[in-house]
Design a protein. Structure first.
Length: 368
């Protein structure tokens, strides 16, 4: 064992030094996720920074979708002894005030994307339900996550063009998650070869001017709920979140695809009046393309890239057929949200936020 600076803080949870986690599962991870948008189809930026203690790696990515262009900058290095060091080459995360204010930076580089952004939470950070999934004997997910909506201040530079980011129109959401889920190089498939499984998923952090709704659904191939959550959260920390009951989800897909055009989210709060929110995705980002979530064989989260810092850039233009064909997998879209039939608790107006979805494999809602 080797000490690190984190061991000088009274935060130990197990008889281990802080750089070691309490499971030997190679897929243990600890990650920041942020998204940035202008409440429009102008631009969406997504940032991730992760540590993989049992793989000895830390890596980071930023992906921006602007018009037809999908641009990624990514970096990887050896994790080393100090897990408090969240720098990955040109990427930096600074916790200014825990659960409230953070700074995220991508220094100038040769790949056409840089930023210096400060996040301020609009609501108290919320602890989500634990995500646990065992599939054909293998523990696939055992994670914990916090979520928060908020606003951004700073600058983004795309291909030399500077964009000023102000909190009046630049909103977003973030999460911090940690635990076990698939990362890195593939493992021997074993019994998993019998069935690739289903991932039917919806995640909607919806921000209105004076409140937020956090919703999520995961279902299996039979339509059974594996995970769900629906709460309305107010900026006032003394006001308890409102449980909104089960979400019923009715997406409308583009013909012949699983690309969502519109969707209706129906909520049934216990003891309250049922209501609906209509969602319209307005700018899709295919999060898995170039960022390490599993599509590229040579760059996956936690994959060891060698003893030296590695920084790469990848750019695709969806006007090109071969690049458009790469846009597959989990979609993180900017979406607009409207309460139906005057059901808003206040004069909330139009909400904006993340509309994250993936419909992989069989599900009762599909005939194909």
């Amino acid at each position: 064992m080797t000490l690190s600076p984190l061991d000088d803080y009274p935060i130990h949870q197990a008889p281990e030094v802080m750089r070691h986690v309490t499971t030997s599962d190679r897929n243990f991870y600890d990650r920041y996720y942020f998204n940035v948008h202008a409440c429009s189809d102008e631009l969406m930026l997504i940032i991730g920074v992760g540590q993989y203690p049992n793989l000895g790696v830390t890596d980071a990515f930023a992906v921006v979708r602007r018009g037809p262009v999908h641009k990624v900058v990514r970096a990887s290095r050896e994790l080393g002894l100090d897990r408090m060091d969240t720098n990955v080459g040109p990427f930096h995360v600074e916790v200014i005030e825990g659960l409230k204010k953070l700074r995220v930076v991508l220094d100038d580089n040769e790949h056409g994307l840089a930023f210096d952004l400060t996040w301020e939470g609009a609501i108290p950070a919320q602890l989500e339900p634990r995500h646990y999934l065992r599939w054909q004997e293998r523990l696939v997910f055992d994670t914990q996550r916090l979520a928060q909506t908020g606003r951004w201040t700073g600058t983004i530079v795309v291909d030399g063009e500077r964009i000023d980011v102000t909190p009046g129109r630049w909103w977003g959401s973030r999460d911090r998650s940690w635990g076990v889920r698939p990362v890195g190089e593939p493992e021997p498939p074993g019994i998993q070869v019998k069935n690739a499984g289903t991932f039917y998923w919806l995640y909607t952090p919806i921000q209105f001017e004076d409140h937020t709704i956090l919703g999520m659904i995961q279902e299996d191939e039979k339509g059974r709920r594996l995970m769900e959550e629906a709460v309305r959260v107010w900026p006032d920390e003394s006001r308890d979140p409102e449980y909104l009951g089960r979400i019923d989800y009715a997406p409308v897909y583009a013909e012949g695809t699983r690309d969502v055009v519109t969707a209706t989210l129906a909520f049934s709060p216990p003891g309250g009046k049922p209501f609906e929110i209509r969602a319209t995705p307005i700018l899709p980002v295919h999060l898995m393309v170039g960022t390490g979530y599993g599509l590229e064989p040579d760059w996956k989260h936690g994959m060891y890239q060698g003893p030296e810092l590695t920084v790469q850039g990848v750019t695709y233009d969806t006007r090109k057929q071969e690049d458009a064909a790469r846009m597959w997998g989990l979609v993180d879209a900017v979406a607009s949200y409207e309460y139906a039939d005057g059901a808003a608790p206040t004069a909330a107006g139009t909400g904006y936020g993340l509309y994250e979805y993936w419909a992989l494999g069989p599900h009762p809602s599909f005939d194909d």
